[in-house]
Ligand binder design. Structure first.
Ligand code: ASP
Length: 327
């Protein structure tokens, strides 16, 4: 059954997010941010534009919002840097682009899209990826743009716990408490992702993250790896993940979900539950995914106590949720 309606699902990370931990104003701030991202993507789909554009537009909102671990507000590496990863994939063509460890491009998801659209490659890393983004004319920022005080505190706490030395504060980083009161420390995570299905029944997926707090040695997670944290195919679904990247890589989570739909004929909800509730849990990993299929099915699944999430289909009402006990 294929209809000419669009659908869109957004996540802002999974983790330890308990109802008792969030103050009412924090709860409201996260819901408002998710609703804003949802609306940015919906506006694109409503005018009949492509799923890829909706994914990029919605992710921009979340990357620019310091509440989330992507773009501004990203977590810090053990040596006090923000190293950002992102990927985007077009289900209609199987074209994909990704960047890992970028430090200067304001919106890593746009760098990933530029890699897809205007380079012969799929994944670029580090200073080369930043140079490519700059050559593509994407907005470049000083690394201190990404700095958010509460993420720095989280790094200090973690390094002390691990008995590691706290690096000096990054040059140019001002003490800014303005977002600290609204933000919740969801543990190490808070990645963002968007999946969309446009009116021509094409699907696309994108994911953007700062990775995990205190990451070392050039660690790269699942988000920029096509098939692990991000995948899209019109033959099955578009998927974006959030959680302990090492487990997502080992399971090939996003591609595995698509394979269950395409090869085994599972419904989208059954496929995401099989991989997250059964496979990921059995391996000891934590996290969640959002997904959308070319026929308009939307699904999400997570094995953590919460996942920031929202969805909307044409003609429906937006659904925004945080905790496990919400529908
Ligand atoms: N999956 C991300 C990573 O491992 C982290 C997250 O989802 O919060 O880099």
């Amino acid at each position: 059954m294929t209809s000419s309606t669009w659908s869109l699902v957004v996540h802002g990370g999974s983790g330890v997010i308990d109802r008792a931990d969030l103050k009412p104003e924090q709860d409201r701030a996260y819901r408002a941010a998710l609703a804003k991202a949802l609306e940015a993507g919906a506006a694109v789909l409503r005018r009949g534009d492509i799923a890829l554009d909706a994914v990029e537009a919605a992710i921009h909102v979340l990357e620019d919002d310091p509440l989330f671990n992507a773009g501004r507000g990203a977590v810090f590496t053990a040596d006090g840097r923000n190293e950002l990863d992102a990927a985007i994939m077009d289900g209609a063509t199987l074209e994909a682009g990704a960047v890992a460890g970028v430090t200067r491009v304001r919106n890593p998801i746009s760098a990933a899209r530029a890699v897809m659209a205007r380079s012969p490659h799929v994944l670029l890393m580090g200073s080369g990826a930043d140079a490519f983004a700059a050559a593509e004319g994407l907005t470049r920022v000083d690394p201190s743009y990404f700095f958010v005080e509460r993420r720095w505190r989280a790094l200090e706490k973690q390094l002390l716990r691990e008995g590691l030395t706290v690096p000096p504060r990054p040059a140019g980083a001002a003490i800014d408490e303005s977002h600290a009161a609204l933000a919740h420390d969801e543990g190490k995570r808070g990645t963002v992702g968007v999946v969309a299905r446009d009116v021509r029944a094409n699907v696309a997926a994108g994911t953007s993250t700062g990775g995990t707090t205190g990451k070392r040695w050039g660690r790269v997670g699942d988000s920029p790896l096509i098939g692990a944290g991000t995948y899209a195919s019109n033959r099955s679904a578009a998927v974006s993940g959030t959680g302990e990247g090492e487990y997502f890589i080992r399971l090939g989570v996003a591609r595995e979900i698509c394979a269950l739909v395409e090869l085994k004929g599972l419904s989208l909800q059954a496929a995401v539950d099989a991989v997250i509730q059964t496979d990921l849990s059995a391996l000891g990993g934590q996290g969640g995914v959002i997904a959308v299929a070319p026929d308009g099915q939307m699904a999400w699944s997570f094995n953590t106590s919460g996942m920031y999430r929202a969805r909307l289909a044409e003609g429906g009402a937006p659904q925004v949720a945080i905790y496990k006990d919400e529908p």
